[in-house]
Design a protein around this ligand. Sequence first.
Ligand code: SAH
Length: 475
Amino acid sequence: MLEKNEQFFVEIKDISEDGAGIGKTDGFTWFVKDTVIGDVVEAKVMKKKKNYGFARLVRVITPSPDRVEQKCPVARACGGCQLQSMEYKAQLRFKERKIYGHLTRIGGVENLVLPGEARSGKEGVAGEGESILEMEPILGMENPWRYRNKAQFPCGRNKDGKIVFGFYAGRTHAIIEQKDCVLGIEENGKILEIIGEFMEKFGIEPYDEQGHSGLVRHVLIRKGFKTGKIMVCLVINGDKLTHGEELVRRLKKVEGVVSVSCNINRERTNVILGEKMINLFGPGYITDRIGEVSYRISPQSFYQVNPLQTEKLYQTALEYAGLTGEETVWDLYCGIGTISLFLAQKAKKVYGVEIIPAAVADAQENARINGIVNAEFYTGRAEVVLPEQYEKNGISADVIVVDPPRKGCDKACLDTIVEMAPEKVVYISCDSATLARDVKYLRERGYQVKRVRGVDQFGHCVHVECVVLMSRVKE
Ligand code: SAH
């Protein structure tokens, strides 16, 4: 038996849901991060459990045909891009299989087949009254690099005492320098360089967690991809930034920078943003568009990080909803109303429900600046607001769209959906396992899965978004 720190050879035959390669030696299962199906690798034992163990990649002996060179020199240390060694097309297949696996195993959707497999012999899988249901091909990115419109870099000093921006190494709070994440915008590097030089010049200290001293904790950068506008926000452990006007003068040299601000966070906490803002330059927000709808984004607002793919996601949801202009639609877990406003263009009326009051305020403001008058928003829990509105006010729904957080929908929410009996339920999810659990619940209560499609919002990362259309089975 292999013991801790021993090295061994293994062929990678499978991949776990969190992107680690899986191989076996003498029937014992190993998880090896940074490997790809088809690799033969040398690995080193890190940790062993009874039936499986974790090993670290030492070197690749025979590379898989799907293996590619990692673009980012610190990808392994960072750990944010679990799939960067895998060719992008293979990543998409991995994500389709992940959704497929969850919907068939957890969701019990037995008639489902992978894209392109409807005719390749999975006959006999369809249950009574069900025909084979082929997943639609995942919507991938044309260019899976530099797609993130938002980045937040912690600031500190490295071992040599130099001011650095980067990311936290593993579970520690040591900062590894990386100004140019390949998923982020090109401008990040230049902006951080300017801030670093400015801090050195005026003796402004980076934050030191241990001593809870120093000033600059994080730099938050956001860009509107459609508008080209950039916002820079320094999170500071203090009431003000001295020489702020000089920083603004320097940052304005970067094309697109229209907003510079500070956010005050004096707490000992891992939470990045505090509550109070100080505006140094510009309106304090930027705008961006998804489809025809404009959104106002401040440093604190929630906004999708990959707006180009988000548009494809919402387009898919809209297509699945099949609106004619006559429908009453509920958009549960609506955030800042992004999907609601998208749907409102094609529906008679849209009701959004969201738990965070600030997000609802943003949703209302976004409706206003777009001149959308047929969208109304409720603050509260979906599982409380929906039954209340249904039971007390008798509000109905032709289509219900849900886009819940990872943990999925509350049972009370699903039960109300069943009672309201909308023709269609469009379920958008960033976690296909909880999606599948909820799909099973609805399938057992009169709904049938009609369409399934993945949308890749996070290239090189293991996460994948998924849209499912369910229709009510007619009696
Ligand atoms: N549909 C939005 C946001 C989806 S993220 C978009 O596409 O932009 C999920 C949202 O659900 C978050 O905004 C979160 O605050 C909200 N949320 C979490 N639990 C909730 C609950 N029980 N009821 C209503 N909203 C909830």
